[in-house]
Design a binder for this molecule. Structure first.
Ligand code: SF4
Ligand code: SF4
Length: 391
């Protein structure tokens, strides 16, 4: 496993294990399939992954207790814990901050965190963060030895990132960085904001919630033709890991195969060559033409009071943008169930406050509802088009 050192000191595995998309018992629950997840953690530990990232709220609060149980079977000095404090309910008062911080320590059966972050310090959350004195509390915890490195994660503009970075003394920051967002979401500028201030970067969403594995057929062909042995995920990980100020690349892994593939990429790591960068640019250009919605399936917008399954709806729409199979779209959209489909959206706007990608969700739901109605009206019950293709 490739190692990067925090300011020349602690060696950290370049691949970090993100614990927000652990295997679940079924699609209807956030409950973790512990048997599978233990196997993934054990494989990662055995292959040199020593950085584990979570939050108080991942998996509806079940990620931290699971990770605490899994990691505490190993010597404490053999792994680094990175976790986060959310500036939204259940954190509504200064007492909540104290209570939850102690609860987090107990969940991990530890008396210190290696890396601790304010979760999504951005224009939507800063009022609460400042009113409740998050930073002062955490700074004191750092001075008392409960936190080794203090940072923040954020999904916002480069200007807001610069403002937050300059507001306090930080040890690192976590941003969304991947080859699609490099220009589209100004990730390059964000990386430069942090690098120019000497703040090491931990990367979230390097594979865009799995979206960069399911590119359109044309993009996949471009990558595959250049290197048939490289997985789509390996291109995405190598892109961000090639940046010198990147300390750790977090991958929210859901299967053992993903763990193995990512470890393979980050062991004997090779930065992207100029030629490979050019290939990637061609693949991105092809993908951009599909009109996909930049949803990462993070689920922060859920639950929707009207019952819409927002991430799943966007995933189905994006799959159609990439693959253009009307029959597949209609079947899967129907399977979503009338009560979870886009037409149920009442435009309350609640979801938008939580979406780190700033997607205009109600407008998109309105468009998808019209699109889906038309597709269901015009698509035959049987996959004639697909059958013709196969013949
Ligand atoms: S705007 Fe629509 S999709 Fe968003 S929470 Fe409200 S009803 Fe649900
Ligand atoms: S719409 Fe936004 S908040 Fe909801 S899952 Fe997608 S990226 Fe996350």
């Amino acid at each position: 496993m490739e190692l990067r050192k925090y300011k020349g000191q602690e060696p950290l595995s370049l691949l970090g294990f993100g614990a927000m998309r652990l295997p679940r018992l079924n699609d209807q629950t956030q409950e973790i399939d512990k048997e599978k997840a233990f196997e993934m953690i054990d494989y990662a530990m055995a292959h040199g992954v020593n950085y584990y990232d979570t939050s108080y709220v991942y998996h509806a609060g079940l990620s931290e207790p699971f990770l605490g149980e899994a990691l505490s079977r190993y010597p404490r000095e053999s792994y680094h814990i990175a976790t986060k404090l959310p500036p939204w309910p259940p954190v509504s008062t200064e007492d909540d901050i104290k209570r939850i911080f102690d609860e987090q320590l107990a969940r991990f059966k530890t008396d210190y965190f290696d890396f601790y972050l304010i979760h999504n310090y951005s224009s939507n959350t800063r009022k609460n963060i400042e009113k409740l004195h998050f930073y002062d509390f955490l700074r004191e915890k750092k001075e008392q030895g409960y936190i080794k490195r203090l940072g923040f994660s954020m999904h916002d503009t480069p200007e807001m990132l610069a403002e937050i970075a300059d507001k306090h003394e930080w040890d690192f920051a976590q941003i969304q960085l991947n080859y699609l967002d490099w220009d589209m979401q100004k990730a390059k500028e964000q990386y430069e904001v942090l690098t120019s201030r000497g703040l090491p970067v931990t990367v979230m969403e390097p594979i865009r919630g799995g979206g960069l594995v399911n590119l359109c057929p044309e993009s996949i062909k471009i990558l595959h033709d250049y290197n048939p042995d490289a997985s789509a995920a390996s291109w995405a990980l190598r892109f961000v890991a090639s940046l010198p100020n990147v300390l750790v690349v977090l991958s929210g892994m859901s299967t053992l195969d993903q763990v193995k593939d990512n470890i393979n990429t980050m062991t004997n790591f090779k930065p992207l060559s100029d030629e490979e960068r050019a290939v990637l640019e061609k693949a991105v250009a092809a993908y951009r033409k599909t009109g996909s919605i930049p949803c990462t399936s993070c689920g922060y917008c859920m639950p929707c009071p009207a019952g819409v399954d927002i991430p799943r709806t966007f995933a189905l729409y994006n799959a159609h943008c990439a693959k253009k199979s009307a029959w597949d779209f209609v079947q899967e959209y129907r399977a979503l169930g009338d009560e979870h489909q886009a037409h149920r959206c009442i435009r309350c706007g609640k979801c938008m406050m939580h979406c780190p990608q700033n997607i205009k969700i109600p407008d998109q739901m309105h468009s998808i509802a019209e699109f889906a109605a038309e597709m269901m009206r015009t698509t035959p019950d049987r996959p004639f088009a697909d059958a013709v293709k196969i013949k």
